[in-house]
Write a protein that binds this ligand. Structure first.
Ligand code: GNR
Ligand code: NI
Length: 172
């Protein structure tokens, strides 16, 4: 089932999310719905707070080659264990901030530990788009959006555009 994606500004997108204590069937269903919502958007990642759930859960699939096998990842309680000194710059977007893009600088490589949907501990080093995306998603769990890395004026400009968009969406 597809879920509705919250649009910034929304107080739920600013909250620090709660660690998942046990991976229930309900949370597994939420993860499946998030993947469906992400692929439908389409997007390469989605965090639980973007669909109004304040749990530490993200999903991602950054395979972009046409015809390549998909790699849907479900991460409960993801944690960055190590980050490279080397950085990379990526033109980021966010499904909660539609049609707005800006360059964000982040570590080029990150080692991430998480629980998979069966509760098994996983650890993997990501680079390229995967590294950017997993950091963007973990930021969501800490109430942080990519626009928080921008200069205040640019952030304010984007926030005003989103307020206008939400007013128009409410009228339609
Ligand atoms: O779909 C998305 N694309 C994207 C592009 C560059 C950097 C990060 C992302 S994540 C975004 C989906 C989203 O908003 N996830 O929270
Ligand atoms: Ni996002």
């Amino acid at each position: 089932m597809k879920r509705k994606i919250l649009i910034h500004p929304d107080p739920r997108l600013k909250k620090v999310c709660e660690p998942v204590a046990d991976i229930s069937d309900e949370l597994r269903r939420l993860a499946d719905d998030m993947l469906e919502t992400m692929y439908d958007a389409p997007g390469i990642g989605l965090a639980a707070p973007q669909v109004g759930h304040l749990d530490r859960l993200i999903v991602l699939d950054c395979v972009k080659e046409e015809g390549a096998a998909p790699r849907p990842l479900v991460m409960f309680n993801p944690e960055i264990k190590a980050a490279s000194d080397e950085v990379s710059v990526y033109d980021e977007g966010c499904l909660s901030i539609p049609d707005q893009y800006a360059e964000v600088t982040r570590p080029r490589e990150v080692e991430v530990e998480w629980l998979d949907r069966d509760g098994n501990l996983q650890r993997e080093t990501f680079d390229g788009l995967w590294a950017t995306c997993v950091q963007h998603e973990i930021d969501h769990l800490n109430g942080k959006l990519f626009i928080d890395y921008l200069k205040p004026l640019k952030r304010q400009m984007i926030t005003r555009k989103m307020q206008k968009l939400k007013r128009e969406m409410a009228r339609a």
